[in-house]
Design a protein around this ligand. Structure first.
Ligand SMILES: [Ca+2]
Length: 486
């Protein structure tokens, strides 16, 4: 039982309301119920969740389409476990990442626009390549470093893609443990590159691991880490290599969908997610753990981004707006939908706050604390703006329901638009009809934002005044070497 002191506003009489634990947790979980709570409790709730430091499990998929989850409308791929996260938590419809892997992961790790952290286009490339001297600067403060500072056990299991040289690896960026492939699963033999490395810590333990077994192996590693660290707060970052090309699923999942290997791989990731949820439940950690599931960018090839336009590697919504769900029983109200603008930059300030840490104060952090959104606080607002970059090209801005595009992309051609185009995403989520001419005031306001951002973060050919340097390692070499032909 939980007893709450309650002063009646009219009579001034103090009464006790006894609630069962179940009802109490139900109250904590209900957005509507928060408004009906006694004032002191409501205030405490708004300030911070109670009950010690929560665990975090952040599942990140690679190139999964916006519509390729049951809870985002898929009828061809079954994802009951991820759907359960949404049903028992929150679905975020307007969650943004970046058009491709490396910048997206930079945002997640640093709480910043990738350009801010020097990783918008490291070494002039769209993503990090094997043996490249550039990577995430060791001077950056990652979410893993922050949580480690709060006593968390931290693991990165899967695809890293923020540099494969010693100072850039997960174990140099705040993770106690690393297991996985440090870049994309296609960056190997077929592209004239050395064999694909599978690493544990900072050592290569295998070359060219079987792609079809990656999801299963990552799942086993994640579960083992959770079990080993069940008695202290932990942060498990699980960036799957799947469903990135060459996409593959283990035998049990092959042929399960009409969507080929892509659909099978997502159903296997869904199984993996179920295994993790089951483990948390068995260990009694459900109510102590925030689980989040997000794609790193839009779908491509086999992916389905309906109803969004475009796909991966573009700043059309289909390239950069991603499926996202989060669950924390008793803290995040069940079955809620958040349509406010949020992004993977916002994870660092949010997790930091929940863990009792502060986001870094000695540098610009672009992320905002979205706990009020996730926890369904009445009137909570998301980001006021979101800027769309493709490598170092500033292409669009979103403010409220409006998206203004200044550079339009058709395949690899970027075209500067003058005048810009304006889309009302509330009425026209597919970005079909330019309404700039009818809304000159909106265009003017958003153009001011674009100009500010251009000075701050830069734009093709012009450096931003507030960007930090990319990391550089002069003795860079690939983790594996090509075998001479026999
Ligand atoms: Ca990706």
């Amino acid at each position: 039982m939980v007893v709450i002191k309650h002063r009646d506003r009219d009579t001034g009489r103090i009464t006790d309301s006894a609630l069962s634990r179940r009802r109490f947790l139900g109250l904590l979980g209900g957005a509507a119920a928060i408004g009906a709570m006694p004032g002191a409790l409501r205030k405490a709730m708004a300030a911070a969740p109670t009950g010690g430091k929560p665990n975090f499990v952040f599942i990140f998929t690679d190139d999964q389409g916006y519509a390729d989850l049951g809870c985002f409308g898929s009828t061809t791929i079954k994802t009951p476990n991820v759907d359960r996260i949404a049903a028992e938590g929150v679905k975020l419809t307007d969650f943004y990442a970046a058009p491709v892997c490396t910048p997206s992961r930079t945002s997640l790790m640093t709480g910043c626009y990738p350009q801010r952290a020097g990783m918008g286009n490291p070494g002039g490339k769209n993503v990090c390549y094997p043996g490249q001297p550039e990577g995430l600067n060791p001077g950056e403060i990652t979410i893993a470093k922050l949580l480690k500072g709060q006593g968390y056990a931290t693991a990165c299991i899967g695809k890293w893609h923020l540099g494969d040289q010693p100072p850039f690896l997960p174990t140099s960026h705040g993770f106690d443990y690393y297991f996985g492939i440090p870049f994309s699963n296609n960056m190997a033999n077929a592209y004239g590159l050395p064999p694909l490395p599978l690493m544990r810590g900072d050592k290569v333990i295998e070359e060219n691991p079987k792609q079809a077994l990656l999801t299963q192996r990552y799942t086993e590693e994640a579960i083992a880490f959770i079990k080993a660290n069940k008695d202290k707060p932990f942060f498990v970052y699980l960036p799957h290599n799947m469903p990135h090309n060459p996409v593959a699923a283990s035998e049990k999942f092959r042929g399960r969908t009409t969507r080929g290997a892509y659909g099978d791989a997502i159903e296997e990731i869904d199984w993996s997610t179920g295994q993790i949820l089951d483990t948390l439940k068995q260990l009694g950690l459900d109510e102590k753990t925030l689980v989040m599931y997000v794609s790193d960018n839009g779908g491509t090839g086999g992916g389905d981004n309906t109803p969004l336009r475009g796909s991966k590697a573009s700043t059309w919504e289909g390239g950069i707006r991603v499926c996202a769900v989060a669950r924390w029983p008793g803290k995040i109200p069940a079955g809620t939908v958040c349509k406010e603008i949020a992004s993977n930059m916002d994870i660092l300030p949010t997790f930091a706050r929940l863990a009792g840490a502060e986001a870094p104060k000695d540098r610009i952090i672009d992320g905002i604390d979205i706990w009020p959104l996730l926890s369904g606080q009445a009137g909570a607002k998301g980001r006021e703006t979101f800027f769309y970059y493709n490598t170092d090209s500033l292409q669009a801005v979103r403010g409220g329901k409006w998206k203004m595009v200044v550079v339009e992309q058709e395949r690899k051609t970027f075209t500067k638009l003058d005048p810009p185009k304006l889309y009302d995403l509330e009425k026209d989520i597919g970005e079909t009809t330019d309404v700039a001419a009818q809304n000159p005031d909106v265009v003017k306001k958003l153009m001011g934002q674009i100009e500010k951002c251009r000075a701050d973060l830069g734009d093709r050919g012009a450096a931003g005044k507030n960007c930090r340097p990319v990391g550089y390692y002069k003795d860079a070499k690939t983790l594996t070497t090509k075998k001479p032909k026999a």
